[in-house]
Design a protein around this ligand. Structure first.
Ligand code: CAO
Length: 482
């Protein structure tokens, strides 16, 4: 039997073509043999756009997301993808929608800020995924999307009939991305909300004061933090798909996401085996360490001691405080500023190890100085000499901060039923993919256009889908006839 010639690898052929193109020279210079580059970064890419930055579309143009998310973690992820230009189609249960539409409502009969601030730039279709016609629409969506994103309770997608195997069979190129509370293990079946994740991921046990109970933080590291992790996973999976041609599953467990953000506390857990954590104020207070990383109050998580100090007005303003870091290289400047020049040479204060056992006294002394100034005055005086400090900014102050408006980090959005409101815009700025924040969709606002324009159902098919009640209450005449 004749030996079959091995098929030439596609990637090798593509590479050869690129190398050929890269080494193409004007005819006048073709005499000398052009050097062949083995592999160049960005091979296979089109030539750099000549359009001005910000005028050549968006990073994720052409990517369509089947957004089966609700509450906060999943919607955070899909909102980011939408801000980068993906066409995000949010599927919501007819008549109800994402439960957050009606949670913490401040304006009667209008979508809540909880919902509107997590669902910008998306389209909404109402669909009962448990009905026959609903599943027909859903399957067509699966076939036409690049990623399905969901954060249902464990097993819910499977119970709908959308197992990974089924989805992959319908569309082998689709990425299926999920947020779950826990990864595989003893808790994988559990439903999880933000604070559960903060507690299970190591944040609560390391937050708060040593002599008080564990604390949850206001930052939504379990929900929004995990949504951020998931978005990166999806973009990576889409990137890998460019090479492999196939989709894959992406899982981010909220416990894992929180633990990732608490990385420095696992660092400290291991350091405990080699002695006390000298940068923790507990050390300076001669309080022995236990078996686990303790809560450290407002101690800095890094190698430079820090603490929150009162500023002028603290008696009446709950946010008149500043975070003060005694960074070693600027210690002498700190001593000058607070009126303690003798500390520069005093062996009890001059070097960082000498300061560690007396941090409480040091911060009390610095506080005597900060209390004579507003947090903004401290900020100005310290930054002028490179001393890192952080004013405790209230949400009111942030909402009114002009520079955040200018960068689009705080945006004002108009909404047909609730009017104007403030939101946090895209915190990730790309110079060639500029984010415009548009309002969240009303429930089912885009059902018709998605059925006809995206999924190309015929008018007769759309009538059949609607009459079945799969997209909402079925038309009355039809219902009566059934
Ligand atoms: N049509 C028909 N049914 C639908 C539907 C639709 N369009 N959309 C959702 N459903 C159904 C689901 O199929 C599920 O039904 P079954 O339980 O019968 O399979 C049901 O609605 C409820 O889904 P759920 O269990 O996910 O919702 P819940 O309110 O009970 O739980 C939550 C909410 C967040 C605890 C759970 O979804 C979860 O643990 N998610 C993973 C972790 C996560 O993301 N948590 C963060 C939430 S933000 O704080």
């Amino acid at each position: 039997m004749a030996k079959k010639k091995p098929a030439r690898s596609k990637s090798k052929a593509a590479l050869r073509k690129v190398v050929k193109l890269a080494s193409r020279k004007p005819a006048s210079k073709l005499k000398a043999k052009a050097p062949v580059k083995a592999k160049i970064n960005g091979h296979g890419l089109p030539k750099p756009s000549s359009k001005p930055f910000g005028k050549d579309g968006k990073a994720l143009d052409g990517i369509r997301i089947l957004d089966f998310t609700h509450v906060q973690s999943g919607p955070t992820c899909t909102q980011l993808l939408a801000w980068f230009g993906a066409d995000v189609i949010k599927i919501e249960r007819p008549g109800v929608g994402d439960i957050t539409r009606g949670q913490l409502q401040d304006v009667p009969n209008a979508d809540s800020l909880y919902f509107t601030m997590l669902n910008h730039n998306k389209r909404s279709i109402t669909l009962d995924s448990k009905s026959k016609q609903g599943m027909k629409v859903l399957e067509r969506l699966v076939k036409s999307c690049d990623a399905l994103v969901e954060n249902f309770a464990p097993g819910a997608l499977d119970r709908m009939g959308l197992t990974w195997e089924r989805i992959h069979q319908l569309n082998p190129r689709i990425v299926v991305a999920s947020v779950k509370g826990f990864g595989p293990g003893p808790y994988e079946e559990c439903k999880v909300y933000e604070n559960v994740a903060q507690c299970a991921g190591g944040s609560a046990s390391t937050t708060g004061f040593r002599d008080g109970p564990p604390l949850v933080t206001g930052a939504q590291i379990g929900d929004s933090g995990t949504g951020l992790h998931l978005a990166l996973g999806i973009v990576c999976a889409l990137f890998q798909r460019n090479r492999t041609g196939r989709g894959q599953r992406v899982l981010t467990a909220m416990q894992d996401g929180v633990l990732n953000l608490c990385r420095v506390k696992l660092r400290d857990q291991q350091r405990l085996a080699h002695g006390p954590l000298t940068e923790y104020s507990q050390y300076g207070e001669n309080i022995p360490f236990g078996a686990a990383t303790p809560r450290a109050g407002n101690d800095s998580g890094g190698g430079q001691p820090g603490w929150i100090l009162k500023c002028k007005g603290w008696e009446t303003d709950p946010d008149a405080y500043i975070y003060f870091i005694t960074q070693a290289p600027v210690w002498e400047k700190i001593c000058e500023l607070i009126g303690k020049p003798e500390w520069k040479t005093d062996p009890d204060y001059a070097k960082p190890p000498a300061r560690l056992p007396r941090l409480k006294h040091i911060f009390n002394t610095i506080e005597e100085w900060t209390m004579t100034k507003t947090k903004f005055e401290v900020m100005e005086l310290c930054n002028a000499v490179d001393i890192p400090v952080g004013p405790i900014l209230s949400m009111k102050e942030l909402a009114e901060e002009p520079s955040l408006r200018e960068t689009g980090t705080i945006v004002e959005v108009d909404h047909p039923t609730r009017g104007k409101y403030l939101s946090v815009g895209n915190p990730i700025k790309l110079s060639d993919s500029i984010t415009e924040v548009t309002r969240s969709p009303l429930l089912g606002e885009h059902t018709d256009e998605i059925l006809s324009k995206v999924l190309k159902f015929t008018p007769a098919e759309i009538a059949e889908i609607k009459a079945s009640g799969a997209t909402g209450e079925a038309p009355k005449a039809k219902m009566a006839a059934e």
